[in-house]
Design a protein. Structure first.
Lengths: 342, 253
């Protein structure tokens, strides 16, 4: 399929699930195509990162269903933050594990799954539609009945896939991409590289084939299609580009300029603009510092970031805790920390 | 040679964080933030060798104890879906941050102000609701102040003792807030009805300094001890092996 072909199958007001996690292995080419489509009123279900931010910036989103929206190395997604503070989007704020459970329930075609997470917290206060359920067994324990999160469509991005929809991740974590696909009526898989079925096992073991063709309605090859999120081992996050994106989100003028430079055309023109950015320019003040090679080409910039994170950070994002607010939050709200998840 | 230089506040906090995991054995330690991470690694390298720690992504790394050796050995795989299962199984102790924390240990990392249209959108609840009703939780507060230690939090993300006590079923049994490490002191929940209590003050900090920086009435024993200092071996481990680049002070800046 083509990106345009995928978008042509979507309708306003749909519920779209997006795989990956934070700013990691996000199907950004599909997201960019969706953002450019003019579709509105979407509900987006995601372990949120710039996918959510870009769709909010495109005014495509009515509601976000998530446990967080973060750029990882930049703790708060700027478009999401602004939209929340302006009251422009609706939010279903769930514990990260509840999101997993809702996708699993949908994949299993169950109405809900019981869970301990959420009890005692304000997740139940801000989502008054959530119900608890009492165990029918002797323990009679009261638990949250996490409702299924069925999706009209899902987007996931894999390192490799064949044309029939068998998808392979080669990075450290499958995230919940298989569940996003199974929870959706139609799932669309983008990949760094389309290969012959016979070549799949050359890249990784059978258990890296986390998506099978029964889960998928369409496949699109989108090289560098997770940019600027990470897609290891093909490439690390493009931290410099992400910082540029986050800065631009700070003012309408800068965002308009960013959108004009990168988002006005199709995916081919986006990728060309990213490449242009990397080329040395005659304007000294525009040139990146020596040690900040924008990523995209495999290791470069991200490598540095990963070393720092790998050596010292905890699994900050895991199961989601994470230190509180980001350094961008103004002091009067008492953020504690500027966690920089690796 | 590190013998001469006295321990800094960051180093005292790293050791205090490490102490949070003492006695935990073979469970996943999940530190959020640099100083808790250094603390968890220190604990794993010294008195709590059975702790499991990840590289910040999905690989579990076993410690290599020699000072100077910077390699750790991959010993397992812990993708997010497995983190969720381990946490629900109770085999985890996380140290989270807190934008707000009240006297019962209710924590907020979601937003400031009215949730429906927040004055400041923060991280979102992330995994805090599930963590806090499934396994031990501690908190790290790098800037102890009345803005963080508040009378009432705006959005309960991590569940405190008062709310846990109201739960029916085993969730109340699984709920345990171990300690709060700040730049001024170490606190626990051994006060009346599991309210926050001052356990120790860091060197150079007085009890009244802590009380003034706290937005609720803090329980304290008659004699408040001083937080223990790092041993020479711990200091060497921190300075030469865990954080030779000296990033640890940045989190307190």
């Amino acid at each position: 399929m083509t990106l345009a072909g995928v978008v042509s199958e979507l309708r306003p007001g749909m519920t779209i699930g997006i795989g990956g996690w934070g700013s990691r292995r996000k199907p950004m080419a599909l997201v960019r195509a969706l953002a450019a489509s003019g579709l509105t009123g979407l509900t987006v279900v995601s372990y949120g990162g710039p996918d959510v931010g870009l769709l909010i910036a495109a005014r495509a989103v009515r509601r976000v269903v998530t446990g967080f929206v973060s750029l990882d190395s930049i703790p708060l997604e700027p478009h999401f933050r602004l939209a929340r503070q302006r009251g422009e989007i609706e939010l279903t704020e769930l514990d990260e594990g509840m999101l997993h459970w809702g996708l699993l329930a949908a994949a299993h075609r169950l109405p809900f799954l019981p869970m301990r997470a959420g009890l005692g917290s304000d997740v139940l206060r801000v989502n008054p539609e959530l119900r608890t359920v009492r165990s029918p067994y002797a323990d009679a324990e009261e638990l949250v009945a996490v409702p299924a999160l069925p999706l009209d469509a899902a987007f996931v991005h894999m390192n490799r896939a064949d044309a029939r929809g068998n998808g392979q991740y080669l990075g450290p974590d499958p995230y919940f991409d298989d569940l996003f696909c199974l929870a959706a009526k139609r799932a669309y898989l983008s990949c760094e590289r389309l290969v012959q079925t016979s070549e799949l096992l050359a890249a990784g073991p059978p258990q890296s084939l986390v998506i099978n063709r029964a889960m998928v309605a369409g496949v699109v090859e989108t090289p560098n299609g997770a940019h600027f999120t990470s897609c290891v081992p093909d490439y690390e996050r493009d931290e410099e580009f992400q910082a540029r994106y986050a800065r631009a989100a700070g003012s309408p003028e800068e965002w308009a300029a960013f959108a004009a430079e990168f988002l006005a055309g199709d995916e081919v023109s986006y990728q060309a603009a990213v490449v242009r950015l990397r080329e040395p320019t005659p304007m000294a003040d525009e040139a990146p510092a020596d040690d900040e090679v924008p990523a995209g080409d495999a290791v470069s910039a991200g490598d540095e970031v990963r070393t720092a994170g790998g050596a010292l950070e905890g699994d900050d994002v895991s199961a989601g805790d994470e230190v509180s607010a980001g350094n961008e939050v103004s002091a009067d709200v008492a953020p504690s920390d500027d966690e920089v998840p690796a | 040679m590190t013998g001469g230089r006295a321990a800094t506040t960051a180093e005292i906090c790293i050791v205090a964080c490490a102490e949070a995991w003492r006695g935990d054995g073979a469970i996943v330690a999940s530190p959020m933030g640099l100083i808790p991470t250094l603390g968890a690694r220190l604990a794993q390298l010294t008195f709590e060798p059975d702790l499991l720690l990840t590289d910040g992504e999905a690989t579990l790394l076993a410690p290599v104890r020699d000072v100077g050796a910077d390699d750790r050995i991959a010993e397992g795989w812990l993708p997010f879906r497995q983190v969720f299962t381990m946490l629900a199984a109770g085999k985890r102790h996380v140290m989270m941050g807190a934008s707000q924390l009240d006297q019962f240990g209710n924590q907020n990392i979601s937003c400031i102000g009215d949730w429906h249209r927040p004055k400041a959108q923060l991280l979102g609840v992330r995994g805090a609701p599930g963590n806090s009703v499934n396994h031990p939780v501690s908190y790290w507060v790098p800037r102890h102040s009345r803005r963080v230690l508040v009378e009432r939090v705006d959005m309960v993300s991590g569940v405190g003792y008062d709310r846990a006590a109201a739960l029916r079923g085993r969730s109340a049994d699984f709920h345990e807030l171990r300690c709060v490490v700040t730049n001024l002191a170490v606190l626990d929940f051994a006060g009346h009805d599991h309210t926050m209590r001052l356990r120790s003050v860091h060197p150079g900090v007085s009890v009244s300094d802590v009380a003034e920086a706290t937005g609720f009435l803090l329980a304290a024993p008659y004699q408040v001890p001083e937080t223990r200092l790092p041993t020479a071996a711990e200091l060497a481990m921190i300075r030469e092996k865990l954080d030779p680049a000296g990033r640890r002070d940045e989190e307190l800046a």
